[in-house]
Design a protein. Sequence first.
Length: 266
Amino acid sequence: MRPLVGISCCQKAFGIFGTPNHAASDTYIRVVRGPAHGTPVLLPAAGEDLSGELLPHLDGLILTGSRSNVWPGFYDGPAHAEGTPEDRYRDDTTLPLIRAAIDQGVPLLAICRGMQELNVALGGSLDQRIQDLPGRMDHSTPSDQPIPKVRTGKAHAVRIERDGALAQAVTPAARLAGRLSVNSLHNQGVQRLAPRLVAEAWAPDGTIEAVRVDSARGFALGVQWHPEYDWERDADSRAIFDAFGRACAAHRAARCTQAGLAQAAE
């Protein structure tokens, strides 16, 4: 059986009545079924109890990107500008889920908002609009951009730590060059790095673009860009999911072995 990979959902209003729904982009489903070689499990934005109920059954966790921003109350930040989308249901679910996954060694890949959640969950803070800060780039792409190749295409290069976990996950060519080309679809970014996180990639303006969890029991990586958009044509994006998938498979094998030993002992 393939590893079971949890995919964080957002709570969104759908239809003419604005009925609350739990949703994740199809790109995450396809990448789990593809290079990660897993079975996708959608995790509803249902609150803190979810981690205790579902995490023991999962072999990996993907924290997805989203238009919504992490509620600033979780990192003592100023209120968001009027009109900024928030999703407290998701925050209440993912922040404790992240901490539990790291404690239990469940492989974790945090993407865009997911990386911001990872930083906040472990005690870091966020800049809310990087493009408004002196000397910083505009890292956002308009969500209403009608041309997909423009919206999700490569926007800038990032410098990567050659000895880090990200470098071990990407292609040898990127590791040797010490750089990657990435897309860029975010307003928020790391302000104060959480104590347990180590920066592994930086944009030209110094924005942290990738992190790892220091001394994690399992795979625990965050990237600020969206490798799920172009894994079918970009070798480095695919390599990240290949590495995550191998970690999930190893976790499943270990979990099944432990279950078998427990059953034999009864």
